[in-house]
Design a protein around this ligand. Structure first.
Ligand SMILES: NC(=O)c1ccc[n+]([C@@H]2O[C@H](COP(=O)([O-])OP(=O)(O)OC[C@H]3O[C@@H](n4cnc5c(N)ncnc54)[C@H](OP(=O)(O)O)[C@@H]3O)[C@@H](O)[C@H]2O)c1
Length: 288
């Protein structure tokens, strides 16, 4: 099956990628099921995997998701060089009041050290697409971004992305990284619409916009009424409402990519169909 493909920097890759986070953080499936989920996604034509240095359980061994992705690719029989593997640096896992949390460390020396560890865990000389995971309020953003630019010069990363950013931060990063900055990864979904300004700005500036938690995240509760109109459209097409959500996000522009997460093959196999789902102008107007 050929899935909808779009241009991200120098890559031609599927508009629907697999967000691998849930496969190795709290609530993860068995290792076997995690590998099966990645293999089935790749077998179905998915060519974009999203991981991060920090996708491991708080208190557990670091980089487990990057190791999982490397192992799953190594044991996959398909064309590995077609797969865009993106990772991120700048976050780490922690505990707050005994609960697992995410810490942020955007110091240049930390970003450089973690990026080299990411390349090693992924088993590559140069990372296809390396994001700075989140701005660190303790570190001037410019300093973090200069380190990301340095990682391209050093050959640790081929292209750079930034994540969880504002329009102003995008412009600052463009000024420092130049053409090697190719992607912005922000949250967007029916329950989180605040990113419309960055979707527009990335389109105007020739960057790709990659959507995280495109289905509103895997944690409950969330305001389910926000999905009512998507359920209505889904009924008419006889597809899942999740497919309609992803198709609506992809319809925001040709520069948009989505990264649905999955804990099992069934959900990603369904999500991968979203690129083929065409929504009418009336349906898009209803969905907002
Ligand atoms: N840059 C960042 O700061 C950042 C932050 C968060 C996430 N991310 C990225 O975004 C990815 C996705 O985020 P996420 O997992 O939080 O949220 P999500 O993709 O919005 O939601 C995942 C949940 O949706 C369910 N699902 C997926 N496709 C489905 C389908 N077709 N039908 C029914 N249910 C479906 C999954 O079910 P099952 O559990 O049953 O499989 C899972 O529970 C992450 O893996 C990560 O790569 C990035």
């Amino acid at each position: 099956m050929t899935l909808l493909s779009r241009t991200l920097g120098s890559y031609e890759t599927t508009a629907v990628g697999l967000g691998c986070m849930g496969l190795s953080i709290e609530g993860k499936p068995s290792r076997e099921l995690a590998v099966q989920t990645i293999h089935d996604a790749l077998d179905a034509g998915c060519r974009h995997l999203d991981t991060a240095w920090s996708y491991y359980e708080s208190g557990g061994p670091e980089q487990t998701n990057e190791n999982l992705v490397r192992e799953a690719l190594a044991s996959w029989k398909g064309p590995k060089t077609e797969v865009l593997v993106a990772t991120k640096v700048g976050h780490y896992r922690n505990f707050t009041d005994g609960k697992p949390t995410w810490g942020v460390d955007g110091r240049p020396e930390n970003l450089i050290k973690r990026a080299k560890e990411s390349a090693r865990a992924l088993g590559v000389d140069a990372i296809d697409l390396l994001y700075m995971h989140r701005p660190d309020p303790k570190v001037p953003y410019q300093e973090s971004i200069e380190a990301m630019a340095e990682l391209v010069k050093e050959g640790v990363a081929k292209e750079i992305g930034i994540s969880n950013v504002t329009v102003e931060q995008i412009d600052l990063a463009r000024g420092i990284i130049g053409a090697d900055l190719t992607a912005v990864q922000n949250q967007f979904s029916p329950i989180f619409l605040d990113s419309r300004d960055t979707i527009k700005h990335t389109q105007e500036t020739g960057l790709s916009f990659v959507v995280w938690s495109p289905l509103g995240g895997f944690r409950r509760p969330k305001d389910d009424t926000k999905f009512d109109s998507f359920r209505q459209v889904a009924q008419a097409h006889n597809v899942s409402y999740q497919e309609v959500v992803l198709a609506w996000e992809l319809a925001q522009g040709d520069h948009v990519f989505v990264l649905p997460g999955a804990h099992r093959p069934q959900t990603i196999l369904d999500s991968l169909q979203a690129g083929e789902l065409e929504l009418s102008a009336e349906e898009l107007a209803l969905l907002g």
